[in-house]
Design a protein around this ligand. Structure first.
Ligand code: PMP
Length: 354
């Protein structure tokens, strides 16, 4: 029985992508071998790598002066990787809006001196609404997490920050357009909007890439010079990234998914608002994520009831993160109209019965 997967990641993959992957697991494009078997040094893999980079450039409008790198170790490894590659004489700070940004700050601080800026919800409002809030260029680089997957807090207007940014966009990459003006380094694990675990995409402005004496897998410049082939890359994860980005471009690129995620998230939030006698939305309007919709029931007993009834309807992945509880519905790019309709119908009938 096919499930309706609203998981926070690894997340649903579009069926057409799975069909192509299935065929190529058996035999990759008449090559006589499975995609799982091909050498990372083969011409076949080189063209997958090149096409994947081309797709990302087109999809995200990446300017000429940025390099793309595929690494293993997840976004978590990047806390160590990036901190080790910021030149020592440069200063950095971390804008913390939730759990993942806090973890990055903790790891950065073990490797270099980093200051933390905790955004209160009031600060976020001022910042997002562009009122008075100005982060002065006190540091050379500022790390932000554009979408806090656990808390459901999203900052899309990061171009207004007056600092060079290092952005963890693991849980919202490819869901809205932005410009690259103040971005030094953007990275994302693929397993939410762009594919499966195993590969992390890094997009790095040329001037960030400096020579240093780091060991090889911590050495940004060396890894770039070998074009993601310094050691064996996660070939299958990169292949899926190619298929997902093909599929995204076919549908109309990021603009299509931006419109979709606006519509989808608005319809879920408005349903929750309609039933606000039963639920609490902990995130203020201006920073509500379009990717991860978080809510709590006023009556705790309703929480398990909701999860269990959803399971009976084959809806999975909606439990809040174990650190915060509640409900979290993830609406990544692969959630289509039909899935959304199914979810909304279930929620509406659940609330009506209460
Ligand atoms: N950053 C964000 C925003 C995340 O959502 C996650 C994972 N959910 C991570 C970092 C950690 O990613 P990984 O498990 O790939 O290391």
């Amino acid at each position: 029985m096919k499930k309706y997967n609203f998981s926070p990641g690894p997340a649903k993959i579009n069926d057409s992508v799975l069909q192509i992957a299935k065929k190529n697991i058996i035999e990759f494009e008449d090559s006589g071998v499975s995609i799982l078997e091909i050498s990372h040094r083969s011409q076949d893999f080189q063209s997958i790598l090149d096409q994947t980079k081309e797709n990302l450039k087109n999809l995200l409008n990446i300017p000429q002066n940025y390099k793309i790198l595929f690494l293993q170790g997840g976004a978590t490894f990047h806390n160590t990787f990036i901190a080790n590659n910021i030149p020592q004489e440069k200063s950095s700070s971390n804008l913390v809006t939730g759990t993942w940004g806090q973890k990055t700050f903790e790891d950065f601080s073990k490797i270099r001196t980093s200051t933390k800026k905790l955004l209160t919800s009031e600060n976020i409002e001022e910042f997002i609404e562009n009122k008075n809030f100005q982060i002065n260029k006190e540091t050379d680089f500022m790390h932000i997490t554009s979408n806090e997957t656990i808390e459901g807090i999203q900052i899309r207007k990061f171009n207004k920050i007056n600092s060079d940014l290092i952005i963890d966009s693991s849980s919202d990459i490819g869901s809205y357009n932005f410009n690259w003006d103040n971005i030094s380094y953007l990275y994302a694990g693929a397993q939410k909007n762009l594919g499966i675990p195993g590969v992390t995409i890094s997009i790095i402005r040329d001037d960030f890439i400096q020579q240093n004496e780091n060991p090889v897998y911590l050495n940004l410049k060396k890894l770039i010079s070998k074009d993601s082939l310094l050691n064996t890359p996660p070939t299958f994860s990169i292949y899926i990234l190619k298929l997902v980005t093909d599929w995204m471009l076919d549908l109309g690129g990021v603009s299509f998914f931006e419109k979709q995620s606006k519509e989808h998230s608005e319809s879920v939030y408005s349903l929750l608002n309609k039933y606000d006698n039963y639920v609490i939305l902990p995130v203020e309007k201006y920073s509500r994520s379009r990717m991860n919709i978080v809510f709590n029931f006023k009556n705790e007993k309703h929480e398990n009831l909701f999860i269990n009834e959803a399971l009976n309807k084959h809806i999975i992945g909606i439990n809040g993160h174990r650190s915060v509880g509640g409900i979290r519905i993830s609406l990544y790019n692969s959630i289509d109209k039909n899935m959304l309709r199914y979810l909304l119908d279930f929620m509406e009938s659940f609330f009506k019965k209460l």
